[in-house]
Design a binder for this molecule. Structure first.
Ligand SMILES: Nc1ncnc2c1ncn2[C@@H]1O[C@H](COP(=O)(O)OP(=O)(O)OP(=O)(O)O)[C@@H](O)[C@H]1O
Ligand SMILES: [Mg+2]
Length: 333
């Protein structure tokens, strides 16, 4: 089980004393994922999704807050044990091309992380590595003999992403962080990779943090899991995926959902469509009150002076006026 409590990350941009500024990439994010569970993060570009993923994978240290894996703080444990802990949380990069060295064959890409583990196993390391490579390739739906000798450019985008997932699986992780893992592959291949991630969750009991712009993908992968809607590093709404999507309470969630294309003719009749007033404005960060107030079509005076707390038990939202509003989806052209 992975638990994240009050995570914060502040970056200080480069420059001198006058030009330097602070970026609050993550302000306050808490969630937990049980073994075999899933959480999806949705939110506009720059809201801090990748930063949370990188903190979980141990690539960044939080400015405040804790990440616990089975009770152990992954950023505070002694170096040796930390390496083992971090191995258990693997990040899947959105661009499989960038994640794989073009000069290395798939066999080289997969065997590298296995070399170290092979030393701790009894018997022939070469035979063990070969066996383990076959095992992870089969898990991701690839035929070992037909891909091992190939180089990344000889594979399709979907196959490359499967190789990246296979490589993450070699070290037997318990948590996968998939950051826009399907956004760069062809639409026709996406569903296959989504299927695979869902299968791994169910069969290997791997916990999944799925970061996406795509509400439909979050809905598919997050079945029975949670969804977190993030805005400027803060959770606006969080709860069971099906519940949040069916009954969004926060105007920001309602706006995100209303931007999801559906087939023409299937738009919800008589419902409102939300169009967000303007692009996110970094200056408004300094404002008192709700960070979303300057774009919210329902904001009232109180929203500009008092920050709403995240309230609720299973279904949480940070809004002073969390009304149920019928959301219409945009018709796809
Ligand atoms: N190393 C860094 N130094 C300074 N600022 C950073 C750094 N990394 C991220 N940021 C800033 O932190 C904020 C959150 O970035 P992050 O990459 O987590 O967003 P995101 O939600 O993943 O966006 P996207 O959907 O575009 O991938 C952004 O304003 C970004 O510019
Ligand atoms: Mg990102």
């Amino acid at each position: 089980m992975i638990e994240v409590e009050h995570l914060q990350k502040v970056y200080t941009t480069k420059g001198n004393l006058l030009t330097r500024s602070q970026v609050h990439a993550v302000r306050d994010v808490s969630f937990r994922i049980p073994d075999g569970g899933a959480i999806s993060f949705i939110g506009e570009s720059g809201c801090g999704k990748t930063t949370v993923g990188r903190i979980l994978a141990g690539l960044e240290t939080p400015s405040a807050g804790v990440v616990r894996l089975d009770g152990a703080d992954i950023h505070q444990t002694p170096t040796r044990e930390r390496r083992d802990l971090r191995r258990k949380i693997q990040l899947i990069h959105q661009d499989p091309y960038q994640a794989l060295n073009p000069a290395h064959s798939i066999e080289q890409a997969l065997s590298a992380p296995l070399q170290i583990m092979a030393k701790q196993k009894s018997g022939s390391p070469r035979a063990w590595i070969r066996e383990r490579m076959d095992e992870v390739l089969t898990m991701v739906g690839l035929e070992p003999a037909s891909v091992l000798y190939k180089h990344p450019h000889m594979l399709s985008g979907g196959q490359r992403q499967r190789i990246v997932i296979a490589r993450a699986l070699t070290v037997e992780p318990t948590v996968l962080v998939a950051d826009e893992a399907v956004s760069m592959i062809d639409v026709s291949l996406r569903l296959g990779v989504l299927h695979l991630l869902r299968d791994l969750r169910e069969k290997l009991r791997i916990s999944l943090l799925f970061i996406t712009h795509d509400v439909a993908a979050a809905r598919y992968l997050g079945q029975g899991g949670q969804i977190s809607v993030i805005y400027k590093g803060l959770i606006m709404e969080q709860g069971l995926t099906e519940v949040v999507i069916a009954h969004p309470r926060h105007p920001y969630t309602q706006a995100l959902l209303s931007a999801v294309p559906v087939l023409k003719g299937l738009e919800t009749m008589g419902a409102d469509r939300f169009i967000l007033a303007k692009e996110m404005n970094a200056q408004s960060d300094a404002q008192a009150g709700c960070l979303f107030a300057d774009r919210c079509p329902f904001a009232q005076a109180r929203c500009f002076t008092e920050a709403p707390a995240l309230i609720g038990e299973d279904h949480q939202y940070a809004c002073h006026f969390p009304e149920v509003r019928q959301v219409a989806a945009v018709a796809a052209e």
